[in-house]
Design a protein around this ligand. Structure first.
Ligand code: HEC
Length: 179
């Protein structure tokens, strides 16, 4: 590599790292505010602990779905470029198994956590809590796990039994079997 190229690279590196360091330095030593912390404190347990207030139905979810999700995941949750979220139930023991939210995920509550945290892909965190409940209801009803008219909220969602709920074993001893 020529000296001038090396020089340019060194300049680029120095500039980049200086920018990165000065960017972070502004935040160092600052106490995190409750509202900033709340944006990160969004984990939902398998039993639904942490689910927010609000609710949504599959019909409301269809609107969210068509506007924000179907381009990547297909019109009804199948056949899109980002993979199927619907179908495959009962196929997991077959060589041609289809893993989807419906066939594979053991907890309905994970769907809320995942969608709120990570989707839509280019605007994660942009959905209102009611919209997340609604689109979760839509996906569960498309998978025929709940009825079309069921409303999902912090009480009803954890009660939804997923088809693959017993398909996982835990490496860690549960509190009951420990000791
Ligand atoms: C721009 C494309 C895009 C859009 C729009 C989008 N997704 Fe996704 N979605 C993806 C991709 C890519 C993945 C895989 C991400 C990964 O594995 O890291 C994914 C993964 C998922 C998964 C996890 C699937 C699994 O089995 O692991 C769910 C659930 C999901 N999306 C729901 C939604 C919902 C609900 C919406 C609308 C609110 C949405 N997505 C909008 C691209 C998209």
């Amino acid at each position: 590599m020529s000296m001038s190229k090396l020089g340019l690279m060194a300049l680029w590196t120095a500039t980049t790292f200086t920018l990165a360091i000065s960017g972070n330095a502004q935040d160092l030593g600052q106490v995190v505010s409750e509202s900033d912390l709340a944006k990160w404190d969004i984990s939902i347990g398998p039993d639904g602990v942490g689910l927010p207030a609000g609710s949504g139905s599959a019909a409301e979810g269809e609107t969210v779905w068509l506007e924000q999700c179907s381009a990547c995941h297909g019109e009804k949750g199948k056949g899109g470029p980002a993979g199927d979220l619907v179908g495959g139930i009962g196929t997991l023991t077959r060589p041609d198994h289809v893993k989807t939210v419906g066939s594979f995920w053991p907890y309905s509550t994970t769907l809320y956590d995942y969608v709120r945290r990570a989707m839509p892909y280019y605007a994660p965190g942009s959905l209102a809590d009611d919209e997340v409940y609604a689109v979760v209801a839509y996906l569960l009803s498309q998978n025929e796990i709940i009825s079309d008219s069921a409303v999902m909220d912090a009480t009803s969602l954890p009660e939804v039994e997923m088809p693959n709920a017993d398909g996982f074993i835990s490496y860690w001893p549960s509190p009951e079997t420990e000791n």
